[in-house]
Ligand binder design. Structure first.
Ligand code: FES
Length: 77
């Protein structure tokens, strides 16, 4: 689905930009060598960027040994 019709940016392209470090709609446009035209996509781009930041924060907030501890370790102690 297209997020930005003016610049033919679909969800896959926007997600790739966010994965490559874009944190704002302007950064997404820069990564695709385009700029805002009508602006109707900007709220959606902001929401996608915020959701991406939140997902990254949740991922990095997990304790380092969360995966290393087997589920049965508590019962074995
Ligand atoms: S829809 Fe993105 S600038 Fe118009």
């Amino acid at each position: 689905m297209y997020v930005c019709i003016c610049n033919a940016l679909n969800e896959r392209k926007v997600q790739a930009s966010l994965d490559n470090g874009a944190t704002t709609p302007a950064a997404v446009f820069r990564q695709h060598d385009c700029q805002v035209q009508c602006g109707k996509c900007v709220p959606t781009l902001r929401a996608m960027a915020a959701e991406h930041r939140a997902a990254c924060a949740r991922h990095s907030a997990q304790p380092a040994d969360a995966v290393a501890q087997p589920a049965y370790s508590v019962a074995a102690e």
